[in-house]
Design a protein around this ligand. Structure first.
Ligand code: SAM
Length: 357
C-alpha cells in the first residue's frame, strides 16, 4: 500500500509514538548530564532559579545551563516560572537528586548513550545468538546497575525486608556465614556487613568490574567481615557453608540458572535461608502488558539481562521478565528446596522469595 493511501490521522499518531521514543533518548541524555554535573542537587530546595543563579552556584556556563533548563521544563521535569526561572519540586528532588535518602531515586539509571561498539556487538548477537556478559559491558554498566538498584536496597533491606524472614535477623546478629551471589557493585553486601558486624559475608560475581566496585566500597567503609570472589554462582563451596544467602536481580541474567540453584542448595546449611529478589512479572505476556514501563524492561533484557543469560552457548536466556513466581517456584523445587514463600514488599519492580531446604 502507498503511504498516500494510509489513514493520515492513524499515521500521525503512530509516527508520534515513534518520535516520542526519540524524545525519550534525548531527555535521557539530558538527565544523565544533569546528574553528572550535580545540577539536580544544585536546584534542590532553591525554589524558582534563573540560569544565572544556577551558573553562580555551580561555576558552569550560563548559556548552556539555560538551554538545559528549558529542555528540562519542556520535559515537565522542572516547573517553569515567569522571568525564565526554573524549579525542582520536592517530588522532583526525590526522583532526581536524593540518591541516599529516597527509594524513588532514578537519575542513576541514566548513564548516557550505549557505546557504539556495544551496539555493534548487540546487532551481531542477533545473528550469532551469543550475547554479552556483564563483564563485557564494562565498568560503566556495573556502575549504572548499582545506582539503579541501590536506592531501594539501601533503604529497605535492613529495616523492612530481612525482619520479615523467619529467624534471619537473629542469626545474623549473633554471628553467621552469609553470601551475596551476583553481588554486583555490592550495595546489599556492604549494607548487611555494616549492620551485622559479627557475621562473615562473601560476595560472588563473575564480573571483575562489579567486584572492583565492591572492593572500593569495602575498603572505604573499613569493613573487615567481607570476602570477595570473582566467580559465578556455579563455583560456590560444595559443602554446607552458608546460613543465609541472597541473589538479587541476577538469576534471570545467568546462563545456567538451574546449575546455580543446585550449587546454592549444596552450599546452604540445612536450616539456612535463601532470599531471592527478582523482577515482578507474570507468565502471561498480556498480563505484563499492563505495566506502562514494560517496553523499558524488554530494552533492559535485550541490552543486558537476556544478553548476559545467552552469553555462552546453550545459555538459558531467561531475560529480565523470565523468572516470574511460577518459574521461580518450579526451578527452586527442581533444585532440591522444599519451602518457598513469596513476599511482596511493595517494591514496584521486584518480588521476593524466601526459600529454604
Ligand atoms: C542486574 S545485576 C544485579 C547486581 C546486584 N545483585 C544488585 O542488586 O545490584 C546482575 C549481576 O549478576 C551477575 N551474574 C551474571 N551471571 C552470574 C552467575 N552465573 N553467577 C553469579 N552472578 C552472575 C552479573 O555479573 C551482574 O553483576
Amino acid at each position: 500500500m502507498q503511504a498516500e493511501e494510509l489513514d493520515p490521522e492513524v499515521l500521525k499518531r503512530y509516527a508520534f509514538t515513534v518520535w516520542s521514543y526519540k524524545q525519550g533518548e534525548m531527555v535521557s541524555l539530558m538527565i544523565h548530564i544533569g546528574d553528572r554535573l550535580g545540577l539536580y542537587q544544585a536546584l534542590r530546595g532553591e525554589g524558582p532559579m534563573t540560569a544565572r543563579a544556577l551558573a553562580g552556584k555551580t561555576g558552569l556556563q550560563e548559556r548552556w545551563l539555560l538551554e538545559w533548563l528549558k529542555g528540562q521544563a519542556a520535559a515537565r521535569l522542572l516547573n517553569y516560572h515567569d522571568g525564565d526561572r526554573f524549579e525542582l519540586t520536592d517530588i522532583g528532588a526525590a526522583v532526581l537528586a536524593d540518591e541516599l535518602e529516597s527509594t524513588a531515586f532514578a537519575a542513576g539509571a541514566f548513564s548516557g548513550q550505549t557505546p557504539p561498539e556495544t551496539v555493534d556487538k548487540l546487532v551481531d548477537a542477533f545473528k550469532t545468538g551469543i550475547g554479552l556478559s556483564y563483564e563485557d559491558l564494562g565498568p560503566n554498566a556495573a556502575h549504572r546497575t548499582e545506582r539503579m538498584l541501590g536506592p531501594w536496597t539501601r533503604r529497605e533491606l535492613i529495616p523492612n525486608i530481612l525482619p520479615a524472614l523467619d529467624g534471619v535477623v537473629e542469626k545474623l546478629s549473633k554471628g553467621a556465614v552469609a553470601a551475596d551471589v551476583g553481588c554486583g557493585g555490592g550495595i546489599a553486601l556492604t549494607t548487611m556487613a555494616q549492620a551485622f558486624p559479627k557475621t562473615q559475608f562473601h560476595g560472588y560475581d563473575p564480573s571483575r568490574h562489579a567486584i572492583e566496585r565492591c572492593r572500593e566500597k569495602v575498603t572505604s567503609l573499613g569493613l573487615t567481615n567481607v570476602e570477595l570472589h570473582v566467580a559465578g554462582g556455579e563455583a560456590l563451596p560444595a559443602t554446607p557453608t552458608f546460613d543465609f544467602l541472597i541473589t538479587f536481580d541476577c538469576i534471570h541474567d545467568m546462563t545456567q540458572p538451574g546449575k546455580v540453584i543446585e550449587s546454592i542448595r549444596g552450599c546452604m546449611q540445612e536450616d539456612g535461608t535463601w532470599l531471592i529478589k527478582d523482577i515482578r512479572s507474570a507468565a502471561d505476556f498480556k498480563e505484563n502488558m499492563r505495566n506502562p514501563l514494560l517496553a523499558m524492561f524488554y530494552g533492559f533484557s535485550v541490552s543486558a539481562c537476556m544478553s548476559s543469560a545467552l552469553s555462552e552457548p546453550g545459555g538459558a536466556g531467561l531475560g529480565t521478565l523470565g523468572f516470574n513466581p511460577q518459574v521461580a517456584r518450579d526451578m527452586v523445587t527442581a533444585g532440591g528446596f522444599s519451602r518457598f514463600v513469596e513476599h511482596d514488599f511493595a517494591d514496584p519492580s521486584n518480588l521476593y522469595y524466601e526459600v529454604r531446604p
